[in-house]
Design a protein around this ligand. Structure first.
Ligand code: UDX
Length: 467
């Protein structure tokens, strides 16, 4: 099938590369020329395990192309994915201006024949219909037909019937559930595929597009039953994305709250999580207590949902609580450091890990950033070592931090270490040597990731979260 993916951020690039890998003919469009050049050479602009290999394979077999030419992409695609960013505005609302520009752009380049326009970006609820209007508006503009300006909820531009029939399309919402660091794996092994829209024709085309994935041809375990497809209306599909992320974020805030109570009563949250997670109604995933949730999705999507509820005069109390528990949780380490070091002014704190989670170079809303800000405000000197950030030289938002090139340099002359991100290689560092290099070997394990007994044997005082 001929596919066009507009926007090569996380979701767009992974989707485009994976669809090409399973046999489709894909053109990815992005307006960043330098990025397009990089991708044309088979290099991924993001750090994501397995992605560049898939890109290179698909480019070699001539199934994957990158361009800045939106018109060429739109003409090529039977299925057009909108996968541009919807970052949070300072108010918490989603900034949909990129979606708007792309939808109009698609309209102005539609070249006839039936097409499915897919909202892959996490868009505000109700955006499916809005995108449809914008596309029609783009067509109207090109055709020189007078049309009402498109505002949310306004009428569809009055296009002549012949123009409408020639530009037959449907809009589908197909939210993405992939996780950074395992995006390729998640694309080939989804728990479900959600298709929202009221056109049976569009849904059938999308099922055909995803058939190799639905039938598990590229799955880790090919013997599993086919992937469940949730075919529903547009708004429900859009809501599924928000509700899934809000639920997971709330689940983490819940276990973090339990951890804070565990700390006070002397219980161990890792045992508690195991004990409750075995209840199949609860499930064991997303019950790891730690420094709180960050990244590009949870913070943005939870605030957008709170904001949407607000727009309809409803206060999303539980979601607001999940956010405030998370904000407090990011600072739990500061409290713990104050308990052991007392005064932080003049002390040196070393952070093991900076990214919001392992196997990514993403610092967006990373708990490390709030931690750095607060430690610096209290007069502590902050150093950090992160397996990726230390190599890439990315320093955005890290001006107050000395970024070291390895864990031993980090430990040198530190008063305490804090494990912020659970990178696998942190399990096997030479903690004996690191303890010797420190002023006072204290380790706050912000992810309950290390083996307490081994760390203590190495000479550290070990402090976990909720244990
Ligand atoms: C998330 C969703 O999982 C994914 O379905 C959606 O498409 C995008 O948002 P991602 O942001 O890549 O994916 O990361 P995820 O692995 O879900 O972790 C999110 C945050 O929660 C991280 O900061 C992580 O450290 C934290 N987390 C996760 C916990 O603190 N405890 C847990 O048990 C799980």
């Amino acid at each position: 099938m001929r596919v066009c993916v507009i926007g090569t951020g996380y979701v767009g690039l992974v989707t485009g590369a994976c669809l090409a890998h399973i046999g489709h003919q894909v053109i990815c469009v992005d307006n960043n020329e330098a990025k397009v050049k990089l991708m044309q050479s088979g290099q991924s602009p993001i750090f994501e395990p397995g992605l560049s290999e898939i890109m290179q394979g698909a480019i070699q077999s001539q199934r994957l192309e990158f361009t800045t030419d939106l018109a060429a992409g739109v003409k090529h695609g039977q299925v057009l994915f909108i996968a541009v960013g919807t970052p949070a505005l300072p108010t918490g609302e989603s900034d949909t201006r990129y979606v708007e520009a792309v939808a109009r752009g698609i309209g102005s380049h539609l070249n006839g024949g039936y097409k499915v326009i897919v909202n892959k970006s996490t868009v505000p609820i109700g955006s499916g219909d809005w995108v449809r209007m914008l596309v029609l508006d783009g067509v109207a503009e090109r055709e020189g037909v007078a049309a009402e300006p498109v505002l949310a909820g306004m009428s569809i531009p009055a296009l002549p019937r012949s123009v409408r029939e020639e530009h037959d399309f449907d809009v589908i919402s197909n939210p993405e559930f992939l996780r950074e660091g395992s995006a390729v794996h998640d694309t080939f092994n989804p728990d479900r595929i959600v298709l929202g829209g009221n056109s049976a024709r569009a849904t059938a085309l999308m099922q055909e597009l995803y058939a190799p994935i639905i039938e598990r041809q590229f799955a880790e375990d090919k013997t599993q039953p086919p992937v469940s497809v949730v075919a529903t209306d547009l708004s429900s599909a859009e809501m599924i994305k928000y509700a899934a992320n809000a639920f997971l974020a709330t689940k983490i805030s819940f276990i973090n709250e339990v951890a804070n109570i565990c700390d006070r009563v002397g219980a161990d949250v890792t045992q508690v999580a195991k004990g409750i997670g075995l209840d199949s109604r609860i499930g064991s995933k997303f019950l790891q207590a730690g420094l709180g949730w960050g990244g590009s999705c949870f913070p943005k999507d939870v605030s957008a949902l709170i904001h949407t509820a607000d727009d309809y005069g409803f206060e999303a109390q539980l979601l607001k609580a999940a956010v405030s528990v998370n904000q407090r949780q990011k600072l739990i380490v500061v409290e713990k450091l104050q308990q052991v070091l007392k005064i932080l002014k003049g002390k040196t704190v070393g952070l093991l890990g900076l990214t919001f989670k392992p196997d990514t170079d993403d610092l967006r809303d990373a708990p490390a950033l709030s931690l750095i800000e607060n430690l610096t405000r209290l007069g502590a000197k902050v150093k950090a070592y992160d397996p990726i950030i230390s190599q890439t030289g990315m320093r955005h938002g890290l001006s107050d931090v000395i970024v070291e090139t390895d864990a031993e340099r980090l430990a040198d002359h530190c008063d305490a270490l804090v494990l912020v991100t659970e990178w696998q290689q942190f399990q096997t560092l030479d903690y004996i040597k690191m303890a010797q290099l420190m002023h006072a070997p204290i380790l706050i394990d912000g992810r309950n990731f290390l083996n307490q007994a081994l760390i203590e044997e190495a000479g550290f005082r070990y402090v976990g979260i909720g244990r």
